[in-house]
Ligand binder design. Structure first.
Ligand code: DX5
Ligand code: ZN
Length: 225
């Protein structure tokens, strides 16, 4: 049976001096997760459009762009031009979520909305029927290698209830502190796209690390059944 769990490997934890080689090592993942940080929405700066174009040239995998920026209304068109396959913006950073979703869909890409740990899922009430994916931050965004916030599991269950009330089932992505220990917890609570950065690139064998997280998440799903 095909895995219900998708793994999105965060290149934030890659070695940027050998990005091409690192991307080749994660070809068994389902997505490349690409974290854009502006030093304003989050207290860190990562990479932007040109490195995204280089990433797109260096991988066959779809690229899941996570915009941790204050001005997604201004910047989303440029990320669409740079060929992002999925664009995730933060609900906290825009007054025009619906307009952004329409813009992303008009280009035939996946539209996703993200929530920080302190942002309640009820804020998604009016966009939940329009998005392809919801990203629940399981750490405070800005850095790789942080510890998973345990309250995220209850939040995922609240999100699943909200989806059920609206009769929709978008993909549910979790991001931050995901590894073989936390993967079963989030999968059981309703996540099906797991971002992993340091738990993959920190290991000698990236593809074994991806397989281990995937298997751990599937064991969590089995417990749910
Ligand atoms: C954090 C980023 C994450 C980060 C995850 O703000 O959005 O995607 O790379 O890193 P790990 O998996 O190391 O927590
Ligand atoms: Zn991310």
């Amino acid at each position: 049976m095909q895995s219900q769990i998708r793994i999105a490997t965060s290149v934030l934890s890659a070695d940027f001096a050998r990005l091409g080689e690192d991307l080749a090592e994660i070809s068994s993942a389902d997505y490349v997760h690409y974290d854009v940080m502006d030093g304003h929405f989050v207290p860190n700066i990562s990479f932007g459009l040109d490195i995204l174009k280089a990433t797109k040239r260096s991988t066959e995998l779809p690229v899941d762009v996570h915009l941790m920026i204050s001005n997604p209304d201004q910047m989303v068109p440029a990320f669409l031009d740079a060929d992002a396959d999925n664009v995730t913006f933060h609900i906290e950073a825009t007054d025009h979520a619906n307009r952004l979703i329409q813009l992303i869909h008009a280009e035939g890409r996946m539209a996703s909305v993200a929530v920080n740990p302190a942002t309640p899922v009820c804020l998604l009430e009016d966009v939940i029927e329009d998005v392809d994916m919801v990203l629940v931050m399981t750490v405070n965004p800005g850095f790789g290698g942080q510890k998973f916030i345990p309250a995220s599991a209850a939040k995922l269950r609240r999100l699943r209830r909200l989806c059920a009330e609206h009769g929709v089932s978008p993909l549910v992505e979790v991001d931050g502190g995901i590894n073989a220990q936390t993967a079963p917890i989030v999968a059981k609570a309703g996540a099906n796209v797991l971002v992993a950065g340091s738990a993959v690139f920190g290991q000698a064998d990236c593809s074994a690390a991806i397989a281990k997280i995937r298997a751990a998440a599937e064991s969590g799903l089995a417990k749910k059944a």
